[in-house]
Design a protein around this ligand. Structure first.
Ligand code: BES
Ligand code: MN
Ligand code: ZN
Length: 475
């Protein structure tokens, strides 16, 4: 699917189909169109669609009308409209189409152009069945032209780069854990490094042993898949301190000896969506050639029960020197992240943001709408909130008071890997905060937002839009 800009008016487009945005008040539409809308009893509620053919005043054979309600939609309604467009295109087997400009409350033209491109491209993402005879249907939409008064594709290309990053994130998330192993993530990082000329380093278990990353290694030791620590660096801003993103890469989380219940355990192949998202952001940033320095770090392991797996009550010494009592082997995300966060110090980061499917508790608190945000720096937290609302990929901040940190007390080590009593998302973040004292840090818990359940089961590509927007705001 290709995207173009056009400064030709939509009425003059001569392809297969044109889109017309319609308010409830149709008085200013041409008479022919007014009649057709009435005849078809078209109610212009937000996102309602109707395909018409041979409408006078339009060169295209078909006109797809889309309802906008009473007046200019707000940004949420516009996303709804874009999703309706996308389903209408595939239902009517549209081959090429032109989309007119539209006014959105509180948003400028560049926002509209990049969002339109990003959402439509992302909606065309096709899940791939693994070596199956039955293939998922391929879309037939070949070209989307978006109106731009100055015929400038800059914003559209930004939206497409973000959608391409999301597609990588979604594909990695959707892959089963017998394919998407730590080794597979390392190969993916290496191939990104090759395509975009990035520096790539992959630490093997022996390297991590030498660095004292016993906490990370305690998670991978029960698995026959060796754990890895991947870092990828993109440099396009001289000697500026880099933004560092750390993504949880548990390619399958069985819970380990604290084994999870069987129902929906398959979803734990998505426990590497944090890792997938930082690789997606790297792809988007490199494709846009942004003038920033960005490093992404991916601690990646498989969490399995085995005779040599960690057992509840085991104590490990982290790379930072602090010791941890592993009360529950299913709280493994923080055990790999803490060593990765200590490792980050070597990059002298401007900020560090970790992204992790860390707790089921964040789904209880925030459902599948906002990602959880916690930070040791309020300016950083506010920047992320702003980026999230701009990118329509939102976060909600949770507190990090001392009182929660105290719940990590252990009689046998500096801390337990489990909080005693409530606020599971916050105590998990308090655990991480003990390893991020030397830099500005934020944590995104994406357990509720990284994938969808039910018939639309699959990775969402979040929070690639939020993080890419944050990085664009740094320039
Ligand atoms: N990967 C899970 C978190 C998770 C659970 C994400 C369900 C999405 C859906 C994480 O490793 C985990 O198991 N967390 C435990 C922590 C607990 C043992 C303190 C949880 O949330 O139950
Ligand atoms: Mn777990
Ligand atoms: Zn996990």
């Amino acid at each position: 699917m290709e995207f173009f800009v056009t400064h030709q008016s939509v009425e003059h487009y001569s392809g297969d189909c044109a889109v017309a945005f319609i308010f409830k008040d149709i008085a200013h539409q041409n008479k022919d169109l007014q009649q057709l809308l009435k005849l078809n009893r078209f109610d212009a509620i937000v996102g309602a669609t109707l395909m018409l053919s041979r409408v006078s005043g339009y060169k295209t054979k078909r006109l797809l009308v889309v309802g906008l309600g009473d007046s200019s939609p707000n940004e949420k309604n516009y996303i709804k409209v874009l999703h309706s467009l996308s389903s209408a295109f595939s239902e009517a087997k549209v081959k090429n189409v032109v989309i007119p400009d539209i006014q959105i409350d509180n948003r400028d033209e560049s926002w509209v152009q990049s969002t339109t491109a990003r959402v439509l491209k992302n909606a065309s993402y096709q899940v791939e069945k693994v070596d199956a005879k039955e293939k998922n249907e391929k879309g037939i939409l070949e070209a989307i032209s978006i109106y731009s008064a100055n015929n400038d594709a800059t914003e559209i290309n930004k939206g497409l780069a973000i959608a391409n990053g999301m597609a990588l994130t979604r594909r990695l998330g959707d892959l089963p854990s017998n394919i998407c192993t730590p080794r597979y993530l390392a190969e993916t990082a290496k191939s990104l490094a090759k395509s975009y000329k990035l520096d790539c380093e992959v630490l093997e278990e022996s390297d991590m042993e030498a660095l004292g990353m016993n906490s990370l290694l305690s998670v991978s030791k029960g698995s026959s898949e060796p754990g890895k620590l991947i870092s990828l660096s993109y440099k396009n801003a001289g000697e500026d301190q880099p933004v560092v993103l750390v993504g949880k890469g548990v390619t399958f989380d069985s819970g380990g000896i604290s084994l999870k219940p069987g129902s929906k355990m398959d979803e734990m192949k998505f426990d590497m969506c944090g890792a997938a998202s930082v690789l997606g952001v790297m792809r988007a940033v490199a494709e846009m050639k942004l003038k920033v320095n960005l490093t992404v770090v991916v601690p990646t392991v498989e969490n399995m029960p085995a005779h040599d797996a960690s057992k509840p009550g085991d104590v490990v010494k982290t790379m930072s020197g602090q010791t941890v009592e592993i009360l529950n082997t299913d709280a493994e995300g923080r055990l790999i992240l803490c060593d990765a966060l200590t490792y980050c110090e070597k990059f002298s980061p401007k900020v560090v943001i970790d992204i992790a499917t860390l707790t089921g508790a964040v789904i209880v608190a925030l459902g599948n709408h906002h990602s959880g945000l916690m930070a040791n720096d309020q300016v950083l937290a506010d920047d992320l909130k702003k980026a999230g609302s701009n990118a329509m990929d939102t976060v909600w901040q949770l507190p990090l008071d001392e009182e929660y940190d105290e719940l990590l007390k252990s009689n046998f080590a500096d801390m337990a890997n489990l909080g005693s009593g409530g606020a599971g998302t916050v105590t998990a973040a308090c655990f991480l905060a003990r390893f991020t004292k030397d830099y500005r840090w934020a944590h995104l818990d994406i357990a509720g937002t990284a994938w969808l359940r039910g018939s639309k089961k699959g990775a969402t590509g979040r929070p690639v839009p939020l993080l890419t927007q944050y990085i664009m705001q740094q320039i």
